[in-house]
Design a protein around this ligand. Structure first.
Ligand code: NAD
Length: 279
């Protein structure tokens, strides 16, 4: 049976460090979280952020906006938070209703307060720091999900440099940044997406396989091989509030060397990474 890569254990390892850092700050760091609409899964993810933020001694200001909010209204709200010196970080919970352009919304966030690391300037910094596995420059913010993936690999001492890594999913917000950060750490990267032919052939050749497709059950026993490390980033909400990863966990865990569960894998470390970025 594969080694269980428990994201909650990794998160708890960082939690003590974050509590100490907050104490040293001498004031409560404030993270503003904007939720547009009331999708059940978004409310769950937001509540996890509030809970973790409070647990480390920080404060999360939750701003709920109606699903009908206009871009101008949302933009105004973000601009106010940019100007508010008591607010250290800002995130907009995704997904947004279809009438709002996610990239325009994210670009409104001051890059210095962009704890999700998704503004173009932060992604560009990630890209320009790539050569030869160099560490990301001090002022660049690693996108929280990518940071979560790296933290799990590092905690379990899974080498990245020189390894063949396959990332399924090429979105600008999840798969792309994960691939970039692994590339920055010296892995050889293949990125797969909906148009990839013979997905199983490609994923089987990975030493590290990261799936960020949002397609439950996509990665089956036919997509993996012995000894691989499998990181399941997918989080698809079911009708009853349950969350599903991309990986058919039970059958894949019998074959590979190490695997993250869903829930309890990348999710908790993504939340923790937001606060690492905040501080
Ligand atoms: P998206 O829909 O924008 O992108 C999905 C990507 O996966 C696309 O590039 C698409 O081409 C690819 N893909 C989809 N189905 C595929 C298939 N059958 N074969 C090959 N490629 C396929 O989604 P996103 O915003 O990038 O999010 C991806 C997943 O990550 C979602 O489930 C989301 O909830 C999850 N997520 C998890 C965390 C976490 O902390 N664990 C954080 C953010 C997002």
């Amino acid at each position: 049976m594969a080694l269980n890569l428990d994201g909650r254990v990794v998160r708890d390892r960082f939690k003590g460090e974050l509590i100490e850092r907050v104490k040293k700050l001498g004031g409560q760091p404030v993270l503003a979280v904007i939720q547009v609409g009331s999708l059940a899964a978004s409310s769950l993810f937001v509540s996890q952020k509030v809970k973790f933020g409070e647990a480390i001694g920080g404060k999360v200001n939750l701003i709920n906006l109606s699903a009908q909010v206009t871009f101008a209204e949302l933009q105004n709200q973000i601009l106010k938070l940019n100007q508010d010196s008591s607010v250290r970080g800002i995130i907009v919970q995704l997904p947004l209703p279809p009438h709002l352009d996610v990239f325009d919304v994210i670009e409104t966030i001051d890059p210095k307060k962009d704890v999700d690391g998704l503004t173009a300037i932060n992604l560009k910094k990630l890209w320009t720091n790539l050569p030869a596995g160099r560490q990301v420059r001090g002022d660049a913010i690693i996108p929280a999900t990518a940071c979560g993936v790296l933290s799990i690999l590092d905690f379990y001492k899974i080498p990245i440099e020189g390894k063949r890594a396959v990332v399924v999913g090429r979105s600008n917000l999840v798969g792309g940044p994960i691939a970039l950060t692994l590339l920055g750490r010296g892995a050889t990267i293949t990125i797969c997406h909906r148009k990839t032919l013979n997905l199983a052939e490609v994923t089987k050749g990975a030493e590290i396989l990261v799936s960020a497709a949002g397609h439950p059950g996509l990665i089956t026993k036919n997509h993996v091989s012995p000894g691989q490390t499998v990181i399941d980033v997918g989080l698809t909400p079911g009708l009853d509030g349950a969350l599903f990863g991309d990986v058919a966990h039970a059958e894949v865990a019998k074959i590979v060397g190490a695997i993250t569960p869903v829930p309890g894998g990348v999710g908790p470390m993504t939340v923790c990474s937001l606060f690492l970025n905040l501080l």
